[in-house]
Design a protein around this ligand. Structure first.
Ligand code: NAP
Length: 277
């Protein structure tokens, strides 16, 4: 009798023990009675190419990549999605039977889907968005907002040159605003996103004067530890719609799971609690 191949997937990074992806995948395998395995693998950057080439032959159907491989993997992949190319990083790799690697970035999709999940009436076209930060997460958010027809995006980053680089990468709908002048613009934002690591446990606080914030603004923080950051607390007290970062973490993993295992998972409270435990 032939041995049934159980599809395998993995998350590659270094270090990797902190990754929440195995918890997510194992929860979905159980919830949907899917036969599959998902494992964390600590990979030194010098071995990444060799390991990715052998994984399809071992029965892996795909892999997530995280720090420090998200950018370098674009030089290894055989095919790259448009959004991964413009962001300059990938987080989701799919392997063909012939061993080819397709690199995609689902962070921006995860961001948008999370907002839509919480506020189906949220309209990205409604007005300008302010995005704080110019790192990998900011690039993914900006790419997705542009894709969803946000008319203008104002970027503020401590290191201004990094924000300016984004205007040349993403085009005319982006404008750099000074990190220390954000509060002057805040009342005009339809959407405000913290895509910096500020406000996260162990990191400095986000020190921006939020008093001009309008209650019409939707405020989202990519940080999910703590779940309710000072930014979200202030915005909630002001009457704004607020969205924390935990849902984005789940939504960015959903395209990989459905591509590799053929089932689109749904969001539920149990998985949020498991991830926060
Ligand atoms: P990154 O590439 O390292 O970028 C970090 C950003 O934070 C940069 O814009 C950096 O500004 C800014 N920053 C760091 N320390 C600062 C300080 N003391 N003052 C002012 N700005 C500071 O990181 P990333 O991958 O973009 O991630 C950013 C955040 O998003 C992290 O908290 C991460 O956990 C979160 N995230 C969440 C999800 C999710 O699914 N919820 C997904 C991705 C990322 P400079 O350029 O000046 O250094």
């Amino acid at each position: 009798m032939p041995i049934e191949n159980i599809p395998l997937a993995a998350v590659l990074g270094s270090p990797i023990s902190h990754s929440k992806s195995p918890t997510l995948y194992n929860y979905w395998f159980k919830k949907y009675s899917i036969r599959g395995h998902y494992i964390p693998i600590d990979v030194d950057p010098s071995n990444l190419n060799q390991i990715l080439r052998v994984m399809p032959k071992m029965g892996f159907v795909g892999a997530n990549v995280t720090i420090p491989h998200k950018e370098i993997v674009l030089t290894i992949a055989d095919q790259i999605s448009d959004r991964a190319a413009v962001i300059g990083a990938a987080n989701t790799l799919s392997f063909t039977k012939a061993g080819k690697i397709f690199a995609d970035n689902t962070d921006g999709e995860g961001f948008i889907e999370n907002l839509r999940h919480h506020y189906p009436s949220w309209n990205p076209k409604e007005g300008p968005a302010i995005v704080l930060g110019a790192g990998g997460a900011s690039r993914a958010v900006v790419s997705a907002l542009l894709q969803n027809s946000t008319p203008e995006i104002w970027i503020a980053n401590r290191t201004r040159a990094r924000a300016e680089k984004m205007t040349s990468d993403f085009g005319a709908r982006l404008r750099v605003i000074d990190w220390y002048a954000v509060s002057k613009f805040i009342s005009e934002a339809a959407t405000l996103v913290n895509a910096t690591s500020l406000g996260m446990i162990g990191k400095p606080k986000l020190q921006i004067d939020l008093r001009p914030l309008s209650k019409k603004t939707l405020v989202s923080d990519l940080v999910y530890a703590p779940l309710e950051t000072d930014l979200l607390l202030f915005a909630k007290n002001k009457g704004c719609r607020t969205v924390n970062g935990i849902g984005m973490l789940i939504h960015q993993a959903m395209p990989g799971f459905s591509r590799w295992f053929g089932t689109k998972p749904a969001i539920d409270h149990e998985i949020k609690n498991l991830l926060l435990a």
